[in-house]
Ligand binder design. Structure first.
Ligand SMILES: NC(=O)c1ccc[n+]([C@@H]2O[C@H](COP(=O)([O-])OP(=O)(O)OC[C@H]3O[C@@H](n4cnc5c(N)ncnc54)[C@H](OP(=O)(O)O)[C@@H]3O)[C@@H](O)[C@H]2O)c1
Length: 189
C-alpha cells in the first residue's frame, strides 16, 4: 500500500523551477493559497534534501514535514528542524537528529519509502520538490494528482523540472493570476 500522492510544482515558462542563486518566487499569491489548502488536507508534505539546503522552507500549514535525505547531509540549522511542526527524515543512516524523527530505510527506492511511510501512518502526501524527487515519482507514475503552475516569465540558469522533449503530458489548463495551472492527467513516455 502507498499513500495518496499529490505533486505540485511552480515552473517558469522555460522549464526552470529555481534560479542559479537558489530560491526565487515562481508561484503567484492565489496559486500559493491553493497550495496551502492542499497542505492542510494531506497528512504530510515531502521534499528532498537539496530543497532544504537551497530554499530552507518552513512548509507552514502542513501537519508533518518529510525530508528525503539518503546520506544524511542535513544538520540542525534549517527551519525543518525548528520543532514547530513534526519532521521525519528518511535516510539510509539510523541517527537521532534534534527536533526530527528518523525513518531508517534499507533501500531508497521511492516505492519502498512510500510503503514504509504508509506503515508509519502517513496516508496522503503533497510532494513539493525538487526536481530529483519529483522525477522519481514521475518515472514510476506514482501520483494521483499533479499540478504545475507555469509563470509566464523566464528564469536563467536554474534547475530544470524535466526534459520536456522526452515527455508528453496530458493536462487540463486553467488561468491563475498572470500564469497558468496545468492539472496533469497523465504522462506518456
Ligand atoms: N519551483 C518549485 O515549485 C520548487 C519546489 C521545490 C524545490 N524547488 C527547487 O528545487 C531545487 C532542488 O532540486 P534538486 O533536484 O536539486 O534536489 P531535491 O529533489 O530537492 O533533493 C535531492 C536530494 O534528496 C535526496 N533524495 C532524493 N530522493 C531520495 C530517496 N529516494 N531516498 C533518500 N534520499 C533521497 C538525495 O540526497 P542523497 O544524495 O543524500 O541521497 C538528493 O540529493 C532547489 O533549488 C529548489 O529551489 C523548486
Amino acid at each position: 500500500m502507498r499513500p495518496y500522492i499529490i505533486i505540485n510544482v511552480a515552473m517558469a515558462l522555460n522549464g526552470k523551477i529555481s534560479s542559479a542563486s537558489g530560491r526565487c518566487k515562481i508561484s503567484s499569491d492565489n496559486d500559493l493559497q491553493r497550495v496551502m489548502d492542499i497542505r492542510r488536507r494531506v497528512d504530510a508534505v515531502l521534499i528532498g534534501a537539496n530543497t532544504v539546503i537551497n530554499d530552507n522552507p518552513e512548509l507552514n500549514n502542513s501537519r508533518c514535514r518529510i525530508v528525503l535525505d539518503g546520506n544524511l547531509k542535513l544538520s540542525g540549522n534549517y527551519h525543518v528542524f525548528d520543532g514547530r511542526i513534526k519532521t521525519i527524515i528518511v535516510s539510509k543512516y539510523n541517527k537521532k537528529i534534534d527536533n526530527a524523527s528518523t525513518l531508517f530505510v534499507k533501500n531508497t527506492s521511492i516505492e519502498y519509502i512510500l510503503d514504509e511511510l504508509y506503515n508509519y501512518g502517513i496516508k496522503s502526501i503533497l510532494v513539493e520538490g525538487g526536481s530529483n524527487v519529483i522525477n522519481q515519482f514521475i518515472d514510476k507514475k506514482l501520483f494521483d494528482e499533479f499540478y504545475i503552475y507555469i509563470n509566464p516569465g523566464m528564469v536563467l540558469n536554474g534547475t530544470d523540472l524535466f526534459n520536456l522533449k522526452k515527455r508528453k503530458i496530458i493536462f487540463e489548463i486553467m488561468s491563475v493570476d498572470m500564469g497558468i495551472l496545468l492539472n496533469v492527467k497523465g504522462i506518456l513516455d
